[in-house]
Design a protein around this ligand. Structure first.
Ligand SMILES: Nc1ncnc2c1ncn2[C@@H]1O[C@H](COP(=O)(O)OP(=O)(O)OP(=O)(O)O)[C@@H](O)[C@H]1O
Ligand SMILES: [Mg+2]
Length: 228
């Protein structure tokens, strides 16, 4: 079943947050796994908090302790047992990234709406091209703007417009900078478990994640049709 890898060697671009949001949204309806391929294991610590307070999603599997030696077999095993698999890579260029990519059906490159971040993301896209040459096949990919501001500066608007009008594939959906998206890492659990009395704008956050999830599923369908 489809494997969706979140890759960007620039640290702090929103990989862990956006991969967990997607995995928890998919896990509401179907068996979903997330591979915590970051040696700092941010998702293992999220899982512990979630189990401790009883908010760990029942359809979700989180696998940490990933190395170059076990990443491809782990992804393959999870892809057999789950409807969807998300892979969260560390913020470093590593061989793990190439290994994960070799088992992926779609690659999402999360990126902030800042000039330096966009330049770094373009380098990642170049590196992906080299990986595809080595693999002998191309894997569909798209850039996802993350941590975007609700009220955008003129420069952010220009950066986004420029990319959306370029040949680079960019998600229509953006992941806005929102309190619910950072709260889940502090408290454990998902945006669906947050208390509306304590955290604001949960409905908007859920709406955005729903739109993102639908777009991912739609892109996977299109990629499968294009390959057929
Ligand atoms: N949409 C968002 N809204 C609010 N906070 C966010 C959002 N996305 C990310 N953050 C916060 O920004 C920081 C970096 O995000 P995240 O850990 O998802 O990035 P990353 O690409 O996985 O980083 P690394 O490269 O270190 O693995 C975290 O503190 C996270 O809580
Ligand atoms: Mg991360």
């Amino acid at each position: 079943m489809p494997v969706i890898t979140f890759a960007n060697s620039k640290g702090g671009s929103g990989k862990t947050t956006s991969s967990l949001l997607l995995a928890c949204a998919l896990a509401q309806n179907t068996a979903t796994a997330i591979v915590d391929a970051d040696p700092r294991k941010p998702l293992a610590s999220w899982k512990k908090k979630s189990l401790d307070n009883g908010t760990f999603p029942k359809n979700l599997t989180v696998v940490s302790d990933i190395s170059e030696d076990n990443i491809t077999k782990t992804i393959e095993g999870l892809a057999e047992a789950n409807t969807f698999v998300a892979v969260d890579l560390e913020g470093l260029a590593s061989r793990m990234m190439s290994f994960a990519i070799s088992r992926s059906d779609y690659i999402i490159v999360p990126c902030k709406e800042q000039q330096q971040d966009v330049e770094a993301a373009l380098d990642v896209l170049k590196k992906l091209g080299q990986d595809f040459d080595m693999l002998g096949r191309r894997i569909p990919f798209a850039l996802l703007f993350t941590m975007t501001k609700y009220v955008k500066s003129r420069s952010s608007r220009a950066i986004i417009e420029q990319l959306k009008n370029s040949p680079i594939n960019v998600f229509r959906t953006e992941i806005t900078e929102r309190d619910p998206f950072s709260q889940i890492f502090m408290r454990g659990g998902t945006i669906y478990d947050l208390d509306k009395k304590v955290v604001t704008n949960i409905d908007k956050a859920i709406e955005e994640v729903d739109a993102f999830t639908l777009e991912v599923v739609d892109r996977l369908k299109q990629a499968r049709q294009a390959a057929a």
